[in-house]
Design a protein around this ligand. Structure first.
Ligand SMILES: CC(C)(COP(=O)(O)OP(=O)(O)OC[C@H]1O[C@@H](n2cnc3c(N)ncnc32)[C@H](O)[C@@H]1OP(=O)(O)O)[C@@H](O)C(=O)NCCC(=O)NCCS
Length: 183
């Protein structure tokens, strides 16, 4: 971390890398109630988000984190799943991708927001070393809002990681001290 890249790549609008995927829910995607399995939906969401990240970065990207995943409504066998993935903001080597899932009933045409999540992807080289990514240039007010919120969520993620790291360090020190005292 902390390494500076001399040539920052040119920015790209979110629309240039946005991804829309559709799936028909079949029995092999569902549980015994006929609803899509959470893990199946997460796989579809991860793939859509990875495609958006790789399109934006122009590089191979890996999932570093998934957060704020919400399953809002059940999706049933016979429904159509629409997945929209957009790169909300790029940082140094990482990107936040927002994924929104809708279920469509093909018989009556209704569409309902069924799930959403934020995923962080990191662009890497063939040795797994993180590589710089182009900035996101929001074009619309909605894209601007997502871009601003992404920075807030990144700060929350980094603070949470650091807080948990310190807690674990303190716990390890406490355990070590307690075992010393028992000797
Ligand atoms: C993601 C990965 C490449 C990061 O490598 P690393 O050596 O920790 O790299 P760094 O510490 O330099 O971090 C690189 C970037 O990733 C971000 N990052 C790393 N771990 C993260 C996490 N858990 N959550 C959010 N961001 C994370 C850092 O904030 C940094 O972002 P920035 O460059 O935009 O500031 C590495 O941990 C990895 O390969 N993980 C496995 C990925 C994988 O296999 N995914 C599929 C899982 S099934």
């Amino acid at each position: 971390m902390g390494e500076e890249f001399p040539h920052k790549p040119a920015g790209k609008p979110p629309l240039a890398s946005a991804v829309e995927m559709m799936h028909l829910v079949l029995p092999n995607h569902a549980n015994q109630l006929g609803n899509v399995l959470g893990g199946q939906l997460m796989q579809w969401m991860d793939i859509a988000a990875a495609l958006a990240a790789m399109r934006h970065a122009g590089k191979v990207c890996v999932t570093a984190a998934v957060d704020s995943i919400s399953f809002l409504e059940p999706i049933r066998i016979g429904h159509i799943v629409h997945i929209f993935a957009t790169v909300n903001r790029a940082f140094r080597t990482s990107m936040e991708v927002g994924v929104k899932v809708f279920r469509e009933d093909p018989i009556n045409g209704t569409r309902t927001h069924a799930a959403s999540a934020y995923l962080t992807f990191v662009a890497i080289d063939q040795y797994g070393k993180p590589l710089p990514v182009p900035p996101v240039e929001p074009q619309t007010l909605e894209e601007q809002r997502r871009w601003q919120e992404a920075e807030f969520r990144r700060q929350q993620r980094l603070q949470q990681r650091e807080y948990l790291r310190q807690l674990r360090q303190q716990h390890a020190a406490d355990v070590s001290q307690a075992s010393e005292e028992l000797r």
